[in-house]
Design a protein around this ligand. Structure first.
Ligand SMILES: NC(=O)C1=CN([C@@H]2O[C@H](COP(=O)(O)OP(=O)(O)OC[C@H]3O[C@@H](n4cnc5c(N)ncnc54)[C@H](OP(=O)(O)O)[C@@H]3O)[C@@H](O)[C@H]2O)C=CC1
Ligand SMILES: CC(=O)N[C@@H](CCC(=O)OP(=O)(O)O)C(=O)O
Length: 301
């Protein structure tokens, strides 16, 4: 069976990454618009009507507008933040829980997860699900991203003018990924989330520091690593490393892959652990996850 896909926002960072990956998928063709028409509501609505699936790679407001102009019945995968916790949308994280991949496959409306949220949820959801982490536990999440996470504008700022070597941001402590992290990790207490961006193009580390005696049953850090290995056994794109990790970790190691790795680092005698997810913000954090969801929505793997 062949399928037509319209990427609304194909000229952007995420859109280009999806188009590049889909070029290798048999029986899928793209409905494209020329530069003069790519922002025309009429041309976009006609492209949506022609396609079996429309992928939104747009800023949030433009994504909302796209839904408003769409012909009835249009199937959407939205890469923006606009619909991730919206009623009627399925969260596009197939490894979240048994049944999630099937829910994505059948859905008309799927929201692709945020890059940091992907790392944080991959770490926190299994612990909540297994009863090790209480949903009301006080948590901090620290993360670093490559500058491509900020799209065309941040890429241009870093590559043309030279951006800062490193900066903390979202210091109003209200980053846009917090709602989806809470909802899909299963938290009812808002975590502190401090993201940062470095002067490198892509790659990401998401870290959750943990006092082991705050976890239910006081598990060892080794036990947490084992829990992740069991939880993600069989998940092709999530690799949970068994045992404790002590070597240095660089954010760029998974660049140009669609994988996410999980590590547990610890000082067991101090009762301290750090849960770490590594991913490519443009891979499992954006376009790679989108293509995983597209394949599911089209009835493939
Ligand atoms: N970069 C990343 O790591 C990730 C990004 N995302 C999300 O994906 C979405 C796209 O982000 P990203 O690709 O980084 O952003 P970019 O800025 O790289 O691309 C956005 C594209 O949308 C186009 N666009 C803007 N408004 C309209 C409109 N009204 N109609 C049609 N096209 C429009 C832009 O046009 P023009 O070229 O003229 O500017 C641009 O090509 C965002 O919601 C972002 O939050 C999600 C996960 C990760
Ligand atoms: C470095 C940087 O600026 N990153 C972006 C997040 C990119 C991403 O994945 O988020 P969305 O999918 O929600 O756009 C930010 O913090 O806003």
């Amino acid at each position: 069976m062949s399928a037509k896909i319209f990427i609304d926002g194909q000229a952007g960072t995420t859109g280009l990454g999806i188009a590049q990956r889909l070029a290798a998928v048999p029986h899928v063709s793209l409905v494209t618009l020329d530069d003069a028409h790519r922002k025309s509501p009429e041309a976009r609505a006609a492209a949506m009507a022609e396609a079996d699936l429309t992928v939104l790679c747009l800023p949030d407001d433009a994504a909302r507008e796209a839904i408003a102009i769409a012909p009835e019945g249009t199937r959407f995968l939205d890469a923006s933040t606009a619909h991730r916790v919206a009623r009627g949308w399925v969260y596009g994280f197939p490894e979240l829980a048994p049944g999630q991949a099937a829910a994505i496959a059948q859905a008309r409306l799927v929201a692709n997860p945020g890059c940091y949220a992907t790392g944080a949820i991959a770490l926190l959801h299994p612990l909540v699900k297994l009863g090790l982490l209480g949903p009301g536990q006080a948590l901090s999440i620290n993360a670093i991203s490559g500058y491509s996470g900020g799209g065309k504008a941040m890429i241009a700022a870093h590559e043309a003018e030279g951006g800062p070597a490193f900066e903390l941001y979202a210091l109003g402590l209200a980053h846009k990924h917090i709602p989806e992290i809470m909802q899909y990790a299963g938290l009812n207490r808002r975590p502190l989330f401090v993201p940062s961006v470095g002067h490198f193009a892509q790659g990401m580390l998401v870290c959750v520091p943990m006092f082991l005696d705050q976890l239910r049953g006081h598990p060892t850090a080794e036990r947490l690593a084992e829990a992740y290995s069991d939880y993600y056994a069989g998940a092709e794109n999530v690799i949970a490393h068994p045992g404790l990790h002590a070597a240095n970790l660089q954010p760029e190691a998974l660049n140009n892959t669609d994988k996410l790795e999980i590590f547990v680092a610890a000082n067991e005698s101090a009762g301290h652990a750090v849960l770490i997810a590594r991913l490519d913000n443009l891979g499992k954090g954006a376009s790679g996850a989108a293509v995983q969801n597209i394949n599911l929505m089209l009835g493939g793997a």
